[in-house]
Design a protein around this ligand. Structure first.
Ligand code: CA
Length: 223
């Protein structure tokens, strides 16, 4: 999953980037409204954290512009405690959720997990595919109840495919959603990661769809 953080406070921006990276996201950051708007307009994010009080272009305007241009990714806004009206204008501009500053990082992480899984059509935090279970709260994977140790890249790949279970995901889409802006993208690495992931899982749930991409499914015939 790939997340954009738009926050002008450098310490808070850095803390969020660290916490989100630790939680397994590919993270891009922006420090003002213009840069943030540009990234959200040109890169495909699974979820966005958007501060409302931003230099150059305020958060509500950024969000309005994205929505006008048809960008539908879930957006969590950050508002100041005493600015209830920011929440109202934020929701009216197309926000999906909000957190009031100051906040606990755990709350941001939990809300982002909920937004990501809701956007993919899942109501619960554990996702199942055959014997494989992805526990998004703990970033943990089990096969028939046994924990499997994955690297952060392998986890991210599996998480993306399982959030989009029974849908063919192209290599390009995977690359766009698994790596941040600065990553040296090489589509061959996806095949390498898929190979390693299959070996570690031991279960046959990741299928190659020739010429199209990959599919996580316990029953590929129905996809
Ligand atoms: Ca701010």
């Amino acid at each position: 999953m790939r997340v954009l953080v738009v926050e002008d406070d450098p310490d808070l921006n850095r803390q969020m980037k660290a916490a989100l990276t630790e939680a397994g996201y590919a993270v891009d950051t922006a420090f003002d409204g213009e840069d943030g708007h540009f990234l959200g307009d040109t890169e495909p994010y699974d979820v966005v954290v958007l501060d409302i009080g931003l230099p150059k272009m305020d958060g509500v305007r950024v969000l309005e512009q994205w929505r006008e241009d048809g960008r539908t990714m879930p957006v969590l806004i950050l508002t100041a405690r005493d600015r209830w009206s920011d929440k109202v204008s934020g929701f009216d501009a197309g926000a999906d959720d909000y957190v009031t500053k100051p906040f606990h990082m755990e709350e941001i992480l939990a809300r982002l997990r909920a937004l990501v899984r809701r956007a993919a059509g899942h109501a619960t935090s554990d996702l199942d595919c055959g014997p494989v279970r992805l526990e998004t709260r703990a970033s943990r994977v089990t096969v028939s109840g046994n924990p499997i140790k994955l690297t952060s890249h392998e986890y991210r790949l599996l998480a993306y495919l399982m959030h989009h279970k029974d849908r063919v995901v192209s290599r390009t889409e995977l690359i766009e959603h698994l790596y941040d802006q600065d990553f040296d993208r090489d589509s061959n690495t996806i095949e390498v990661f898929v190979g390693r992931l299959r070996k570690k899982l031991g279960a046959d749930i990741i299928h190659t769809v020739r010429g199209l991409g990959y599919l996580a499914s316990e029953d590929p015939g129905k996809a």
